[in-house]
Ligand binder design. Sequence first.
Ligand code: ME8
Length: 521
Amino acid sequence: MTGHKQPYYITTPIYYVNDKPHIGHAYTTLACDVLARFKRLDGYDVMFLTGTDEHGQKVDKSAAAKGIDPQTFTDQVSQNFRDLAVHMNYSNDDFIRTTEERHKKACQALWNTLLEKGEIYLGSYDGWYSVRDEAFYGEKELIEKDGEKVAPTGAPVEWVSEPSYFFKLSAWGDRLLKFYDDNPDFIAPQSRRNEVISFVKGGMHDLSVSRTSFKWGVQVPGDVDHVMYVWLDALTNYLTAIGYPDADPAKLEKFWPADLHMVGKDILRFHAVYWPAFLLAADIAPPKRVFAHGWWTNEGQKISKSLGNVIDPYDLTDRYGLDQTRYFLLREVPFGNDGDFSHRSMVNRMNSELANDLGNMCQRVLSMIHKNCDASVPTAGTFTDADQAILGKAYGMLDTVRPLFDAQAFHKGIEAIWELVGDANRYVDEMAPWGLKKTDPARMETVLYVLAEVIRHVGILVQPLMPASAAKILDQLVLPIDQRGFEQLGADHALVAGTDLPKPEGVFPRYVETEDEGEKA
Ligand code: ME8
């Protein structure tokens, strides 16, 4: 089987190491993790990449502010992102750092290719630069804030005047527009695609791709005075990780073009305009898709260091639990939109959807089985229409969820699974198996069997989202580890009557408000 699996390559942005990881970083990587896990369970050979972006002026300045050299600084801060990946139970297959040798080599190879193809020339840059955004801005793009010129993002800008290599971006407008046209799914969501297209239609200038006023970057081959523009360096990470330029072509072709670059809306332009232009210019296929998700606010307020309301992912998981946090982040907000984090909605979802709807259903059903069916998988008799309806829904759920996840509509996929959970709760109430024990024990067993099958399906399907909790549910059904893949969904792999089951334990605790929290609400 292995060796014939379809490849799937998914990437997160590589995060700047100028700061501690926060909810925004955790969110992007979580979305990728859920998709990576989903694809693995669905039989794909997945490559899931995340990492840290360690060069550039912003990182250089942060290191200087701490009084340490940039390499020591990046070693420390990059580790925070690795630690977060472990803490959040991300299943990334690699973690790339742009200060690694393999990456410098890849950047220089891409540079040389662009140079050979006549896409890069030496000139000088006179214009605005924002260190915070690590981006160049045209005069017309700037806005006024408190009497000062700032970037459209609100970031401070400075005037830069230095020799610089340029990439001939201005020549790529029409070819990019054709590329977007030929590949309607390349940029998602649709509204963001329209924004990118109108930006490109507005006309583009050549892009400065090297700097001379500081040293913290990948050196431009053959010109010791220049380091590469941090975005050219950073974007190349997606190629480095699959072995560019040295890996044998079969390996490169296996995972390239990447299936999905997941990014926040703030960095879509770099991924949907500059990156495909660099790649097309180097004769390398652009990625298949770039999805730009929205931003989180905290209790209605923009998250910012100066407001002191940055949400630390460790605080969330300590307070609410890891899988609860994972669930909430992808369930609360239609993926692609901005979202607000609030304690109230977190507690509501965790108590009603996890503790009540799913948790209680499992606990009720498994306890009844334990007590009334000799602690083993019950024996099913003939299925009624009602039994078949709910079983059919469970058996067909992957076909419902797969296209939703493939479109990154996580919230809708989760909602569909919870509809099944809701049906199961109504089915328990209607069938009232507790009342059947005396009147029709065979029917009771059939009802409990149907419910156990629904639980098996829900357990298998929620593994990408809540790996540890799903494992607990499936452990309670004594489902062997190798029988938890999506190929096991459906009637062909149904639970075997008579399998001994352990005493069930609750999987999703309720959040109990402290008096203080209750009063605030
Ligand atoms: O931009 N809500 O790195 P970065 C949601 N190094 N997501 C958020 C967020 C928020 N409030 N804040 C940040 C960079 N993010 C470059 C990327 S890729 C080749 C180089 C997430 O550390 C979101 O994914 O500033 C955003 O795109 C990313 O963090 C920016 O991370």
